[in-house]
Ligand binder design. Sequence first.
Ligand code: HEM
Length: 476
Amino acid sequence: MALLIVRTLKTSQDPGIPNLLPKDTNNSANCILPQLGSNVKCFISGDVRVNEQPALASLHTIFMREHNRIATGLGALNNGWSDQIIFDEARKIVGAILQHITYKEYLPEILGSAIMNSNGLNPLATGYFDGYQSSMNPSIKNEFATAAFRFGHSMVHDSLKYRGTSLLFKDVFSNPTTLYDANGGIDSVTKGLLDWQSQKVDERLSQQITRHLFERQPGFGADLAAINIQRGRDHGIPSYLLIKAICNITGNVHSPSIWSSLNDIYNIPDDIDLFPAGVSENPVAGGKVGPTFACIIAKQFEALKKGDRYYYENSGNHAFTPEQLDEIRTTTLSKVICRNTGLTSIPSKAFRVNGYVFHLAALEAVNGSWLTCSGASDLDYNKWKCGWSNWESWTQCVSFIRFRLRTCTRSKPCAANVCTGKAYQVEICESFTRVNIPRIQANILSFESILSQQQSINGTVILSIARNVLQNLVRQ
Ligand code: HEM
């Protein structure tokens, strides 16, 4: 059977709500759905956890839409590309955008600038990253997955903000009904995330996840804090104190009352589990997590960057061109949200709320500027156009002539023989008399001689336009 390749990801459409994720009509995710037979179904995406709660499904949907938008843009530009090439290139770009947002916008808020710097985690402003290490193992560490990166469980509120009200998490776990509301849906859930600072990372977790997680009958919810501790033991990760020592962290990193509670609960300090002790450390400067979790998270993201041949800033055969890379670097999470929802104005820094990072306690006043979505720039797809780019603007008119430039893109997946180098056009731009002709000819000749010294430049055909104009005049 032939495999049908399409450039875009599958979507489902409901009246008034375009471009939702495909529906899980068999309810294989075991969702808690309102009425049998209704249109409301859970969703299918690359990860079954998409249905865990509507804010996660909203972000999955936004990035699915981003893929489809980019694939459509690339397809319009390069008629010769097959659906497979378009799909792959769009996927590569969305992967790069996700990495850029993670390293440029998200991690600095979690780890603070000192840890970002000391672990080499900041993306470059321009050019290629040359820190790839083939010996570095980028796989996910046990301590990261079972404890440190679960710090987010402490940031979760009791509810989602939704169209001026709040939806308790216990009512929306595995239940995407709100996303089918044509007057709210994904836009309102996303706006709720942008408008509300998160909880602090500390020893407290919402009862919605410690008593009511995936609750189907009152009183029978699961406890995510207990699951996290159990999962750490289940995976055999070392105790908190050992990891703290491996990270070279000395001294007190807890408030005295938290440390005394931990010692009351665990008779032997060496038994203290990584999750509860890590999540309750005092935060590092400028970050949200304590030093032990910061150490694990920084080492993980360092390995994910330096140990990945396909890290988006790398050079090499598969790499973006420098111009494409600069284009990806213009992307922010706010821009992605703007271009894939109906929201009209949102904070320009998506991880900050009204100028404060994640939670008001941080009180880090920043420039709380807003992004008007109609003015939010999109990627310049011309950077992905195979062959000649559009002409740049004409230079100023100097001594009767002006010129303009275009460049050839033939990075993968463009065909190798599509064009080479750069090309110029020269044009006469001022009215002149016969007296001026020698001067114009001299200008064109000197221009040609500059071009001939630059082997990458293909100016011959174009220069002939200006030369012909002159020759015709001379003959008259
Ligand atoms: C309402 C919000 C959330 C809910 C209901 C939730 C629920 C869960 C559940 C049920 C698990 C599986 C636990 C297990 O069986 O071991 C899990 C795992 C995990 N969660 Fe969350 N979570 C939420 C938010 C977050 C956030 C905000 C973060 C990080 C910033 C996060 C990071 C993780 C990680 C890293 C894992 C382990 C994944 C793996 O090993 O594959 N979660 N979460």
